[in-house]
Write a protein that binds this ligand. Structure first.
Ligand code: HEC
Ligand code: HEC
Length: 245
């Protein structure tokens, strides 16, 4: 990480030798990045971050212009001392390291997110965040986007949660701080879930969930995790939740 700190921010001239081997490596991967997949990865961040210009800070700062931008620069956001001291710019390697394991790259950061283990997720995410900027970095010709058919064939990504509309929103909004298992083990009425979500905001530091996601999540939870617990996770069958009629 020291090397990244010392290197000036030179990605505007991507071909330049001065960009260094690690950065050149990131760039070659970003050229092939998949923006649609990056947008899906960003769902893990949405409960705490907005990306559009001028949007408000949530529990985390607004991220417009973050790729290549200055560290800790979102107006009116109270950053940790650790991130302010980290300073400098968010070049590609630093973003990659931060997204891999936030608390290792910036010791003492208050970003409560474990990290993204898969490199492809980080690359696609950085490419997606790069589009949220007045001055996006230009990587060569845009790669062909994966077809939606290909995306649909991917393995089920929502852990023990029952596969139904709303699962994606719920998984990302609720999985930001704890395992989705905690959610799946509850069985509540609609009112009960509403109270649970209020408690999550009032006492547990969750940002309020904006519409339409709030209604989608509440509907999902009260339908599939109601009092009769149709989808209570079974110890031997954790990855295959099936709703029994
Ligand atoms: C649980 C809430 C939460 C989640 C989830 C989360 N973040 Fe953060 N993020 C924060 C907080 C809080 C900070 C401020 C950190 C500090 O001041 O130390 C932050 C800071 C950042 C910064 C530095 C911003 C700046 O202005 O320098 C980036 C970049 C970032 N987050 C990106 C992401 C991405 C991408 C994801 C998803 C992979 C993500 N975060 C997930 C809460 C979160
Ligand atoms: C900002 C962090 C955060 C987010 C986001 C979050 N929770 Fe929680 N949640 C907590 C904490 C902290 C606890 C209490 C400690 C624990 O049990 O891990 C908790 C506990 C729970 C529990 C267990 C309550 C009990 O009685 O033991 C449920 C159910 C739950 N959360 C549901 C949700 C749902 C549903 C969502 C998404 C809509 C969500 N949480 C999002 C932080 C969060």
């Amino acid at each position: 990480m020291k090397i990244a700190l010392l290197r000036p921010f030179l990605f505007a001239c991507i071909g330049a030798l001065s960009a260094g081997p690690a950065a050149a490596d990131m760039v070659s991967k970003l050229i092939k990045a998949d923006l649609a997949k990056g947008e899906r990865v960003f769902k893990k961040c949405k409960s705490c971050h907005t990306t559009d210009a001028g949007r408000k800070n949530k529990s985390g700062p607004n991220l417009f212009g973050i790729v290549g931008g200055a560290v800790a620069a979102s107006p009116n956001y109270k950053y940790s001392k650790a991130l302010i001291e980290y300073g400098g710019n968010w070049d590609l390697d630093r973003l990659d390291a931060f997204f891999t394991k936030p608390k290792s790259e910036v010791k003492g950061t208050k970003m409560g997110f474990a990290g993204l283990k898969k490199e492809a997720d980080r690359v696609n995410l950085i490419a997606y965040l790069n589009t949220k900027s007045d001055t996006p970095i230009k990587f060569d010709a845009p790669a062909e986007q994966a077809s939606s058919a290909e995306t649909a064939q991917e393995d089920y990504e929502f852990g023990v949660l029952f596969d139904a509309p709303g699962v994606e929103e719920t998984f990302y909004a609720c999985g930001a701080c704890h395992s989705e298992m905690i959610v799946a083990q509850q069985g509540l009425t609609r009112n009960g879930w509403e109270e649970m979500l209020e408690w999550m905001v009032d006492e547990q530091g969750m940002s309020e969930i904006d519409e339409p996601d709030y209604s989608v999540i509440l509907e999902y939870l009260s339908t599939h995790y109601g009092e009769d617990r149709p989808n209570f996770p079974k110890p031997n069958n954790l990855n295959q939740t099936k709703e029994t009629e």
